[in-house]
Design a protein around this ligand. Sequence first.
Ligand code: SAH
Ligand code: SF4
Ligand code: F3S
Length: 482
Amino acid sequence: MEKFNNILPDLKKAKIRTKDQTVIKREIFDLPAQVKNLGIGRKYFLRTYGCQANERDSETIAGILEAMSFTRVDKEEEADVLFFNTCAIRKNAEDKVFGEIGMLKKLKRHNPDLIFALSGCMAQEESVVNTLLAKYPQVDLIFGTHNIHRLPYLLYNAMMAKERTVEVYSQEGEVVENLPVSRFGKHKAWVNIMYGCDKFCTYCIVPYTRGKQRSRLMSDILQEVESLKKEGYQEICLLGQNVNAYGKDLGMEDGFAMLLEEVAKTGIPRIRFSTSHPRDFSENMVYVMKKYANIMPSLHLPVQSGNNDILKIMGRGYTVEHYKHLFDLLKKEIPTITFSTDIIVGFPNETHEQFLDTLALVDYCQYDLAYTFIYSARESTPAAKMPDTVSEEEKAQRLQILNEKITYYSNLNNQRYLHKTLKVLVDGLSKKNKEVYSGYSEENKLVNFTGKNIAVGQIVDVYITEVKSYSLNGVAKEEENE
Ligand code: SAH
Ligand code: SF4
Ligand code: F3S
Protein backbone atom coordinates (compact mmCIF):
# COMPACT_ATOMS: atom_id res chain seq x y z
CA MET A 1 0.00 0.00 0.00
CA GLU A 2 1.20 3.51 -0.79
CA LYS A 3 2.22 5.91 1.97
CA PHE A 4 -0.82 7.79 3.13
CA ASN A 5 -1.03 11.60 3.28
CA ASN A 6 -3.71 13.25 5.39
CA ILE A 7 -6.18 15.61 3.67
CA LEU A 8 -8.08 18.09 5.85
CA PRO A 9 -11.38 19.85 5.08
CA ASP A 10 -11.56 23.44 3.84
CA LEU A 11 -14.98 25.12 3.97
CA LYS A 12 -14.00 27.91 1.57
CA LYS A 13 -13.30 25.30 -1.08
CA ALA A 14 -16.52 23.52 -0.18
CA LYS A 15 -18.51 26.58 -1.13
CA ILE A 16 -17.25 26.67 -4.71
CA ARG A 17 -19.66 25.51 -7.40
CA THR A 18 -18.11 24.49 -10.69
CA LYS A 19 -19.98 24.19 -13.96
CA ASP A 20 -18.33 20.83 -14.67
CA GLN A 21 -20.64 18.01 -15.61
CA THR A 22 -20.58 15.35 -12.89
CA VAL A 23 -18.69 12.23 -13.83
CA ILE A 24 -20.43 8.96 -13.07
CA LYS A 25 -18.13 6.20 -12.01
CA ARG A 26 -19.40 2.68 -12.39
CA GLU A 27 -16.46 0.34 -12.07
CA ILE A 28 -17.23 -2.92 -10.35
CA PHE A 29 -16.31 -2.63 -6.70
CA ASP A 30 -13.28 -4.83 -6.26
CA LEU A 31 -10.78 -4.99 -3.42
CA PRO A 32 -7.24 -6.33 -3.15
CA ALA A 33 -7.12 -9.56 -1.09
CA GLN A 34 -5.39 -8.09 1.96
CA VAL A 35 -8.07 -5.39 2.23
CA LYS A 36 -10.90 -7.80 1.54
CA ASN A 37 -9.76 -10.06 4.37
CA LEU A 38 -9.11 -7.31 6.91
CA GLY A 39 -12.40 -7.95 8.70
CA ILE A 40 -12.11 -11.73 9.07
CA GLY A 41 -12.81 -12.46 12.73
CA ARG A 42 -13.42 -8.76 13.42
CA LYS A 43 -16.61 -6.94 14.35
CA TYR A 44 -17.90 -3.45 13.65
CA PHE A 45 -20.39 -1.18 15.37
CA LEU A 46 -22.05 1.67 13.47
CA ARG A 47 -24.15 4.52 14.81
CA THR A 48 -25.90 7.03 12.56
CA TYR A 49 -26.90 10.60 13.41
CA GLY A 50 -28.87 13.05 11.29
CA CYS A 51 -31.01 12.71 8.21
CA GLN A 52 -32.02 9.94 5.84
CA ALA A 53 -29.11 10.78 3.53
CA ASN A 54 -26.85 9.78 6.38
CA GLU A 55 -28.88 6.61 7.05
CA ARG A 56 -28.42 5.65 3.42
CA ASP A 57 -24.70 6.46 3.58
CA SER A 58 -24.46 4.21 6.62
CA GLU A 59 -25.95 1.38 4.59
CA THR A 60 -23.11 1.88 2.12
CA ILE A 61 -20.52 1.98 4.91
CA ALA A 62 -22.02 -1.26 6.27
CA GLY A 63 -22.01 -2.77 2.77
CA ILE A 64 -18.33 -1.93 2.31
CA LEU A 65 -17.38 -3.25 5.75
CA GLU A 66 -19.25 -6.47 5.08
CA ALA A 67 -17.47 -6.77 1.72
CA MET A 68 -14.28 -6.55 3.80
CA SER A 69 -15.55 -9.51 5.89
CA PHE A 70 -16.43 -7.52 9.04
CA THR A 71 -19.47 -8.66 11.05
CA ARG A 72 -21.92 -6.16 12.52
CA VAL A 73 -22.62 -6.06 16.27
CA ASP A 74 -25.12 -4.01 18.27
CA LYS A 75 -22.98 -3.44 21.34
CA GLU A 76 -20.06 -1.01 21.35
CA GLU A 77 -18.13 -3.20 23.83
CA GLU A 78 -18.06 -6.12 21.38
CA ALA A 79 -16.64 -4.18 18.44
CA ASP A 80 -13.09 -4.04 17.04
CA VAL A 81 -13.99 -1.03 14.92
CA LEU A 82 -16.48 1.68 15.90
CA PHE A 83 -18.09 4.05 13.39
CA PHE A 84 -20.00 7.23 14.10
CA ASN A 85 -21.62 8.65 10.96
CA THR A 86 -22.32 12.18 12.15
CA CYS A 87 -24.57 15.17 11.49
CA ALA A 88 -23.64 18.87 11.61
CA ILE A 89 -27.02 20.50 11.16
CA ARG A 90 -27.22 22.13 14.62
CA LYS A 91 -24.76 22.67 17.43
CA ASN A 92 -26.63 20.37 19.81
CA ALA A 93 -26.30 17.51 17.28
CA GLU A 94 -22.54 18.01 17.38
CA ASP A 95 -22.33 18.38 21.14
CA LYS A 96 -23.99 15.00 21.50
CA VAL A 97 -21.36 13.37 19.30
CA PHE A 98 -18.50 15.03 21.18
CA GLY A 99 -20.00 13.75 24.43
CA GLU A 100 -20.19 10.23 23.09
CA ILE A 101 -16.62 10.34 21.74
CA GLY A 102 -15.54 11.38 25.23
CA MET A 103 -17.01 8.18 26.61
CA LEU A 104 -14.97 6.08 24.18
CA LYS A 105 -11.85 6.67 26.21
CA LYS A 106 -13.04 4.04 28.65
CA LEU A 107 -13.63 1.47 25.91
CA LYS A 108 -10.16 2.11 24.54
CA ARG A 109 -8.64 1.48 27.96
CA HIS A 110 -10.24 -1.98 27.95
CA ASN A 111 -9.30 -2.65 24.34
CA PRO A 112 -6.24 -0.66 23.17
CA ASP A 113 -6.55 -2.10 19.63
CA LEU A 114 -10.03 -0.63 19.21
CA ILE A 115 -10.27 1.59 16.12
CA PHE A 116 -12.64 4.55 16.20
CA ALA A 117 -13.77 6.18 12.96
CA LEU A 118 -15.80 9.33 12.45
CA SER A 119 -17.51 10.14 9.17
CA GLY A 120 -20.40 12.21 7.84
CA CYS A 121 -21.12 15.91 7.87
CA MET A 122 -19.12 16.80 11.01
CA ALA A 123 -16.02 15.42 9.33
CA GLN A 124 -16.48 18.03 6.60
CA GLU A 125 -16.07 20.91 9.09
CA GLU A 126 -12.65 22.45 9.59
CA SER A 127 -13.21 23.43 13.21
CA VAL A 128 -14.51 19.98 14.15
CA VAL A 129 -11.57 18.16 12.58
CA ASN A 130 -9.11 20.57 14.22
CA THR A 131 -10.72 19.97 17.61
CA LEU A 132 -10.69 16.21 17.11
CA LEU A 133 -7.01 16.27 16.16
CA ALA A 134 -6.05 18.52 19.06
CA LYS A 135 -8.17 17.12 21.86
CA TYR A 136 -9.49 13.67 21.01
CA PRO A 137 -6.60 11.26 20.48
CA GLN A 138 -9.07 8.37 20.69
CA VAL A 139 -10.22 9.14 17.13
CA ASP A 140 -8.20 7.04 14.66
CA LEU A 141 -9.90 7.64 11.35
CA ILE A 142 -11.79 10.62 9.88
CA PHE A 143 -13.36 10.54 6.44
CA GLY A 144 -16.04 12.69 4.83
CA THR A 145 -19.22 12.45 2.80
CA HIS A 146 -17.44 12.57 -0.58
CA ASN A 147 -15.06 9.67 -0.20
CA ILE A 148 -16.98 6.81 1.40
CA HIS A 149 -15.74 4.63 -1.48
CA ARG A 150 -12.20 5.14 -0.13
CA LEU A 151 -13.09 3.55 3.21
CA PRO A 152 -11.37 0.17 2.59
CA TYR A 153 -7.97 1.79 2.01
CA LEU A 154 -8.36 4.36 4.79
CA LEU A 155 -9.34 1.73 7.33
CA TYR A 156 -6.50 -0.50 6.20
CA ASN A 157 -4.08 2.34 6.78
CA ALA A 158 -5.50 3.21 10.20
CA MET A 159 -5.35 -0.43 11.32
CA MET A 160 -2.15 -1.69 9.76
CA ALA A 161 0.06 1.40 9.80
CA LYS A 162 -1.43 2.24 13.20
CA GLU A 163 -1.48 5.92 12.35
CA ARG A 164 -4.17 8.52 12.57
CA THR A 165 -5.78 8.74 9.18
CA VAL A 166 -7.67 11.78 7.96
CA GLU A 167 -9.04 12.10 4.45
CA VAL A 168 -11.78 14.62 3.81
CA TYR A 169 -12.39 15.98 0.32
CA SER A 170 -13.76 19.52 0.43
CA GLN A 171 -15.27 19.25 -3.00
CA GLU A 172 -17.47 16.52 -4.29
CA GLY A 173 -16.02 14.07 -6.77
CA GLU A 174 -17.79 11.62 -9.02
CA VAL A 175 -21.16 10.04 -8.43
CA VAL A 176 -20.04 6.53 -7.59
CA GLU A 177 -22.47 3.81 -8.62
CA ASN A 178 -22.10 0.12 -7.77
CA LEU A 179 -20.95 0.52 -4.18
CA PRO A 180 -22.01 -2.37 -2.01
CA VAL A 181 -25.02 -1.77 0.23
CA SER A 182 -26.25 -3.56 3.32
CA ARG A 183 -29.81 -2.30 3.70
CA PHE A 184 -31.06 -2.06 7.26
CA GLY A 185 -34.72 -2.48 6.30
CA LYS A 186 -36.17 -5.60 4.74
CA HIS A 187 -39.31 -4.07 3.25
CA LYS A 188 -38.59 -0.32 3.19
CA ALA A 189 -35.62 1.08 1.28
CA TRP A 190 -33.97 4.44 0.76
CA VAL A 191 -33.08 5.34 -2.81
CA ASN A 192 -30.74 8.27 -3.46
CA ILE A 193 -31.78 10.27 -6.49
CA MET A 194 -29.33 13.13 -6.02
CA TYR A 195 -26.52 14.28 -3.80
CA GLY A 196 -25.64 17.72 -2.44
CA CYS A 197 -27.57 20.96 -2.48
CA ASP A 198 -27.13 24.29 -4.29
CA LYS A 199 -29.77 26.26 -2.43
CA PHE A 200 -27.49 27.85 0.18
CA CYS A 201 -30.26 28.84 2.60
CA THR A 202 -28.36 31.31 4.75
CA TYR A 203 -28.60 29.29 7.98
CA CYS A 204 -27.70 25.90 6.52
CA ILE A 205 -24.42 24.00 6.45
CA VAL A 206 -25.56 21.19 4.14
CA PRO A 207 -24.38 22.80 0.84
CA TYR A 208 -20.88 22.90 2.41
CA THR A 209 -20.88 19.39 3.86
CA ARG A 210 -22.56 17.65 0.91
CA GLY A 211 -21.25 19.61 -2.06
CA LYS A 212 -22.97 20.73 -5.21
CA GLN A 213 -26.14 19.14 -6.51
CA ARG A 214 -25.48 16.00 -8.51
CA SER A 215 -28.37 13.95 -9.84
CA ARG A 216 -28.11 10.25 -10.55
CA LEU A 217 -29.22 9.16 -14.00
CA MET A 218 -32.88 8.25 -14.25
CA SER A 219 -31.98 4.85 -15.73
CA ASP A 220 -29.78 4.00 -12.71
CA ILE A 221 -32.53 5.01 -10.29
CA LEU A 222 -35.19 3.01 -12.12
CA GLN A 223 -32.96 -0.03 -12.25
CA GLU A 224 -32.47 0.18 -8.49
CA VAL A 225 -36.21 0.50 -7.90
CA GLU A 226 -36.91 -2.48 -10.20
CA SER A 227 -34.46 -4.66 -8.35
CA LEU A 228 -35.85 -3.59 -4.95
CA LYS A 229 -39.29 -4.54 -6.20
CA LYS A 230 -38.02 -7.95 -7.30
CA GLU A 231 -36.46 -8.44 -3.87
CA GLY A 232 -39.90 -7.88 -2.34
CA TYR A 233 -39.51 -4.36 -1.00
CA GLN A 234 -42.91 -2.75 -0.33
CA GLU A 235 -41.89 0.87 0.06
CA ILE A 236 -39.17 3.13 -1.24
CA CYS A 237 -38.30 6.66 -0.28
CA LEU A 238 -36.59 8.77 -2.94
CA LEU A 239 -33.93 10.85 -1.25
CA GLY A 240 -32.35 14.21 -1.91
CA GLN A 241 -31.91 17.52 -0.06
CA ASN A 242 -34.14 19.14 -2.65
CA VAL A 243 -35.82 16.40 -4.69
CA ASN A 244 -37.93 18.82 -6.72
CA ALA A 245 -34.75 20.14 -8.33
CA TYR A 246 -33.85 16.64 -9.51
CA GLY A 247 -32.26 16.63 -12.96
CA LYS A 248 -31.63 20.39 -13.23
CA ASP A 249 -27.90 19.69 -13.25
CA LEU A 250 -28.49 17.20 -16.08
CA GLY A 251 -30.34 19.82 -18.12
CA MET A 252 -33.82 18.45 -17.36
CA GLU A 253 -36.85 20.68 -16.81
CA ASP A 254 -39.31 19.39 -14.23
CA GLY A 255 -37.18 16.27 -13.97
CA PHE A 256 -38.65 15.17 -10.65
CA ALA A 257 -42.21 14.98 -11.97
CA MET A 258 -40.88 12.85 -14.82
CA LEU A 259 -38.83 10.62 -12.54
CA LEU A 260 -41.66 10.18 -10.06
CA GLU A 261 -44.03 9.13 -12.81
CA GLU A 262 -41.57 6.53 -14.10
CA VAL A 263 -40.96 5.24 -10.57
CA ALA A 264 -44.73 4.97 -10.05
CA LYS A 265 -45.06 2.95 -13.25
CA THR A 266 -42.70 0.28 -11.89
CA GLY A 267 -45.63 -0.73 -9.68
CA ILE A 268 -43.65 -0.80 -6.43
CA PRO A 269 -46.44 -0.71 -3.80
CA ARG A 270 -45.49 2.47 -1.92
CA ILE A 271 -43.46 5.54 -2.91
CA ARG A 272 -42.46 8.42 -0.70
CA PHE A 273 -39.90 11.18 -1.28
CA SER A 274 -37.98 13.65 0.83
CA THR A 275 -37.24 16.56 0.96
CA SER A 276 -39.37 18.84 -1.20
CA HIS A 277 -38.42 22.48 -1.48
CA PRO A 278 -41.52 24.67 -1.97
CA ARG A 279 -39.72 26.83 -4.52
CA ASP A 280 -39.04 24.02 -6.96
CA PHE A 281 -42.34 22.16 -6.48
CA SER A 282 -44.07 22.29 -9.87
CA GLU A 283 -47.84 22.16 -10.37
CA ASN A 284 -47.25 19.22 -12.66
CA MET A 285 -45.89 17.37 -9.60
CA VAL A 286 -49.26 17.76 -7.90
CA TYR A 287 -50.96 16.00 -10.80
CA VAL A 288 -48.41 13.19 -10.88
CA MET A 289 -48.99 12.62 -7.16
CA LYS A 290 -52.72 12.58 -7.77
CA LYS A 291 -52.56 10.22 -10.74
CA TYR A 292 -50.76 7.27 -9.13
CA ALA A 293 -52.18 5.37 -6.17
CA ASN A 294 -48.75 4.07 -5.20
CA ILE A 295 -47.43 7.59 -4.55
CA MET A 296 -48.36 8.04 -0.91
CA PRO A 297 -50.67 10.96 0.01
CA SER A 298 -48.28 12.51 2.47
CA LEU A 299 -45.83 15.33 1.94
CA HIS A 300 -42.98 16.85 3.89
CA LEU A 301 -42.94 20.49 2.82
CA PRO A 302 -40.57 22.52 5.00
CA VAL A 303 -41.70 26.12 5.39
CA GLN A 304 -39.11 27.36 7.96
CA SER A 305 -40.99 30.61 8.74
CA GLY A 306 -44.36 32.24 8.17
CA ASN A 307 -42.92 35.71 7.64
CA ASN A 308 -41.87 37.00 4.23
CA ASP A 309 -39.00 39.15 5.49
CA ILE A 310 -37.50 36.25 7.41
CA LEU A 311 -37.97 33.91 4.43
CA LYS A 312 -36.13 36.45 2.33
CA ILE A 313 -33.17 36.72 4.70
CA MET A 314 -33.13 32.93 4.94
CA GLY A 315 -32.77 32.87 1.15
CA ARG A 316 -35.65 30.45 0.71
CA GLY A 317 -36.82 31.96 -2.56
CA TYR A 318 -40.59 31.80 -1.95
CA THR A 319 -43.20 33.82 -0.13
CA VAL A 320 -45.86 32.77 2.36
CA GLU A 321 -48.44 33.40 -0.38
CA HIS A 322 -46.65 31.04 -2.78
CA TYR A 323 -46.46 28.38 -0.09
CA LYS A 324 -50.14 28.68 0.75
CA HIS A 325 -51.08 28.50 -2.93
CA LEU A 326 -49.15 25.26 -3.32
CA PHE A 327 -50.58 23.91 -0.09
CA ASP A 328 -54.15 24.71 -1.16
CA LEU A 329 -53.68 23.15 -4.58
CA LEU A 330 -52.34 19.93 -3.05
CA LYS A 331 -55.25 19.79 -0.58
CA LYS A 332 -57.78 20.40 -3.33
CA GLU A 333 -56.40 17.81 -5.73
CA ILE A 334 -55.45 15.17 -3.13
CA PRO A 335 -58.01 15.49 -0.32
CA THR A 336 -56.52 12.70 1.82
CA ILE A 337 -53.05 14.26 1.83
CA THR A 338 -51.25 14.89 5.13
CA PHE A 339 -48.52 17.48 5.65
CA SER A 340 -45.42 17.72 7.73
CA THR A 341 -42.97 20.59 7.85
CA ASP A 342 -39.79 22.02 9.38
CA ILE A 343 -39.82 25.33 11.26
CA ILE A 344 -36.98 27.37 12.70
CA VAL A 345 -37.66 29.83 15.52
CA GLY A 346 -35.28 32.53 16.69
CA PHE A 347 -33.58 33.21 13.37
CA PRO A 348 -31.24 36.22 13.95
CA ASN A 349 -33.31 39.27 14.92
CA GLU A 350 -36.68 37.55 14.44
CA THR A 351 -39.21 39.85 16.10
CA HIS A 352 -42.17 38.77 18.17
CA GLU A 353 -44.50 39.84 15.35
CA GLN A 354 -42.55 37.79 12.84
CA PHE A 355 -42.85 34.80 15.14
CA LEU A 356 -46.61 35.42 15.35
CA ASP A 357 -46.71 35.18 11.55
CA THR A 358 -45.24 31.69 11.84
CA LEU A 359 -47.95 30.77 14.35
CA ALA A 360 -50.57 32.14 11.94
CA LEU A 361 -49.21 29.99 9.14
CA VAL A 362 -49.39 26.93 11.39
CA ASP A 363 -53.04 27.81 12.07
CA TYR A 364 -53.59 28.00 8.33
CA CYS A 365 -51.86 24.74 7.38
CA GLN A 366 -52.76 22.76 10.52
CA TYR A 367 -49.86 20.39 10.00
CA ASP A 368 -50.05 16.71 10.88
CA LEU A 369 -46.48 16.83 12.09
CA ALA A 370 -43.71 19.42 12.38
CA TYR A 371 -40.04 19.27 13.22
CA THR A 372 -39.31 22.47 15.09
CA PHE A 373 -35.89 23.89 15.87
CA ILE A 374 -34.23 26.79 17.59
CA TYR A 375 -31.89 28.48 15.12
CA SER A 376 -28.30 27.40 15.59
CA ALA A 377 -25.39 29.37 14.09
CA ARG A 378 -23.29 27.21 11.74
CA GLU A 379 -19.68 27.70 10.75
CA SER A 380 -19.16 29.63 7.48
CA THR A 381 -22.86 30.27 6.81
CA PRO A 382 -24.01 33.87 6.12
CA ALA A 383 -26.54 33.83 8.98
CA ALA A 384 -23.79 33.09 11.50
CA LYS A 385 -22.44 36.60 10.83
CA MET A 386 -25.80 38.32 11.33
CA PRO A 387 -26.28 40.25 14.58
CA ASP A 388 -28.86 38.66 16.84
CA THR A 389 -30.78 40.44 19.57
CA VAL A 390 -33.16 37.65 20.55
CA SER A 391 -32.31 36.09 23.92
CA GLU A 392 -32.01 32.33 24.41
CA GLU A 393 -34.93 32.41 26.88
CA GLU A 394 -37.11 34.12 24.31
CA LYS A 395 -36.17 31.53 21.69
CA ALA A 396 -36.91 28.66 24.05
CA GLN A 397 -40.27 30.20 24.90
CA ARG A 398 -41.16 30.58 21.22
CA LEU A 399 -40.30 26.96 20.60
CA GLN A 400 -42.54 25.88 23.45
CA ILE A 401 -45.50 27.96 22.24
CA LEU A 402 -45.02 26.64 18.72
CA ASN A 403 -44.77 23.03 19.88
CA GLU A 404 -48.01 23.31 21.84
CA LYS A 405 -49.78 24.46 18.69
CA ILE A 406 -48.23 21.70 16.62
CA THR A 407 -49.37 19.03 19.10
CA TYR A 408 -52.85 20.53 19.16
CA TYR A 409 -53.23 20.21 15.37
CA SER A 410 -51.62 16.81 15.24
CA ASN A 411 -54.20 15.56 17.72
CA LEU A 412 -57.03 17.33 15.93
CA ASN A 413 -56.04 15.85 12.56
CA ASN A 414 -55.78 12.37 14.02
CA GLN A 415 -59.43 12.52 15.16
CA ARG A 416 -60.38 12.17 11.50
CA TYR A 417 -59.24 8.56 11.52
CA LEU A 418 -61.28 7.35 14.50
CA HIS A 419 -63.49 4.38 13.44
CA LYS A 420 -61.93 4.46 9.97
CA THR A 421 -59.82 1.77 8.34
CA LEU A 422 -56.26 2.53 7.25
CA LYS A 423 -53.80 0.49 5.20
CA VAL A 424 -50.75 -0.14 7.35
CA LEU A 425 -47.37 -1.50 6.28
CA VAL A 426 -46.25 -3.63 9.23
CA ASP A 427 -42.81 -2.67 10.55
CA GLY A 428 -42.75 -5.13 13.43
CA LEU A 429 -43.62 -5.37 17.07
CA SER A 430 -44.07 -2.08 18.86
CA LYS A 431 -41.08 -0.84 20.86
CA LYS A 432 -43.22 -0.33 23.93
CA ASN A 433 -45.45 -3.39 23.94
CA LYS A 434 -44.34 -6.74 22.59
CA GLU A 435 -47.87 -7.91 21.87
CA VAL A 436 -48.66 -4.92 19.71
CA TYR A 437 -47.56 -4.40 16.09
CA SER A 438 -46.68 -1.07 14.61
CA GLY A 439 -46.39 0.41 11.17
CA TYR A 440 -47.26 3.41 9.03
CA SER A 441 -50.44 4.13 7.10
CA GLU A 442 -50.45 5.55 3.59
CA GLU A 443 -50.92 8.99 5.15
CA ASN A 444 -47.74 8.40 7.18
CA LYS A 445 -49.59 7.94 10.48
CA LEU A 446 -47.91 5.74 13.06
CA VAL A 447 -50.39 2.98 13.91
CA ASN A 448 -50.09 0.53 16.82
CA PHE A 449 -52.42 -2.41 16.53
CA THR A 450 -53.22 -5.94 17.60
CA GLY A 451 -53.99 -8.84 15.29
CA LYS A 452 -53.46 -12.52 14.51
CA ASN A 453 -51.13 -14.01 11.90
CA ILE A 454 -49.58 -10.66 11.16
CA ALA A 455 -46.40 -10.76 9.10
CA VAL A 456 -43.80 -8.03 9.01
CA GLY A 457 -43.68 -6.33 5.60
CA GLN A 458 -47.34 -7.05 4.89
CA ILE A 459 -49.89 -4.29 4.19
CA VAL A 460 -52.92 -4.84 6.43
CA ASP A 461 -56.25 -3.08 6.98
CA VAL A 462 -56.40 -1.66 10.48
CA TYR A 463 -59.58 -0.37 12.11
CA ILE A 464 -58.75 2.64 14.29
CA THR A 465 -60.16 2.42 17.81
CA GLU A 466 -58.26 5.14 19.65
CA VAL A 467 -56.52 8.37 18.75
CA LYS A 468 -53.46 9.97 20.37
CA SER A 469 -51.55 13.11 19.45
CA TYR A 470 -48.76 11.34 17.59
CA SER A 471 -50.12 7.84 16.96
CA LEU A 472 -53.27 5.83 16.37
CA ASN A 473 -54.33 2.56 17.99
CA GLY A 474 -56.33 -0.10 16.20
CA VAL A 475 -57.18 -3.69 15.43
CA ALA A 476 -56.23 -5.56 12.27
CA LYS A 477 -59.37 -6.22 10.22
CA GLU A 478 -59.14 -10.05 10.05
CA GLU A 479 -59.26 -10.36 13.82
CA GLU A 480 -62.25 -8.10 14.07
CA ASN A 481 -64.18 -10.21 11.56
CA GLU A 482 -63.67 -13.45 13.45
N1 SAH B 1 -33.06 20.00 2.59
C1 SAH B 1 -34.09 20.09 3.52
C2 SAH B 1 -33.70 20.20 4.95
C3 SAH B 1 -32.43 19.68 5.46
S1 SAH B 1 -32.01 20.12 7.10
C4 SAH B 1 -34.93 21.32 3.20
O1 SAH B 1 -34.50 22.22 2.56
O2 SAH B 1 -36.03 21.38 3.66
C5 SAH B 1 -33.48 19.77 8.02
C6 SAH B 1 -34.02 20.94 8.74
O3 SAH B 1 -33.12 21.38 9.73
C7 SAH B 1 -34.27 22.17 7.91
O4 SAH B 1 -35.47 22.09 7.20
C8 SAH B 1 -34.29 23.27 8.93
O5 SAH B 1 -35.58 23.45 9.47
C9 SAH B 1 -33.38 22.73 10.02
N2 SAH B 1 -32.12 23.47 10.06
C10 SAH B 1 -31.17 23.53 9.10
N3 SAH B 1 -30.17 24.34 9.49
C11 SAH B 1 -30.49 24.79 10.72
C12 SAH B 1 -29.86 25.68 11.65
N4 SAH B 1 -28.71 26.26 11.37
N5 SAH B 1 -30.48 25.91 12.83
C13 SAH B 1 -31.66 25.33 13.11
N6 SAH B 1 -32.30 24.51 12.28
C14 SAH B 1 -31.73 24.23 11.09
FE1 SF4 C 1 -30.14 23.36 3.60
FE2 SF4 C 1 -31.73 24.90 2.17
FE3 SF4 C 1 -30.32 22.98 0.96
FE4 SF4 C 1 -32.34 22.34 2.55
S1 SF4 C 1 -32.49 23.46 0.62
S2 SF4 C 1 -30.31 21.42 2.54
S3 SF4 C 1 -32.25 23.90 4.14
S4 SF4 C 1 -29.53 24.78 1.97
FE1 F3S D 1 -27.11 16.33 9.14
FE2 F3S D 1 -25.59 16.19 7.02
FE3 F3S D 1 -28.04 15.27 6.95
S1 F3S D 1 -25.73 17.89 8.42
S2 F3S D 1 -29.12 16.57 8.37
S3 F3S D 1 -26.43 14.48 8.19
S4 F3S D 1 -26.96 16.24 5.29
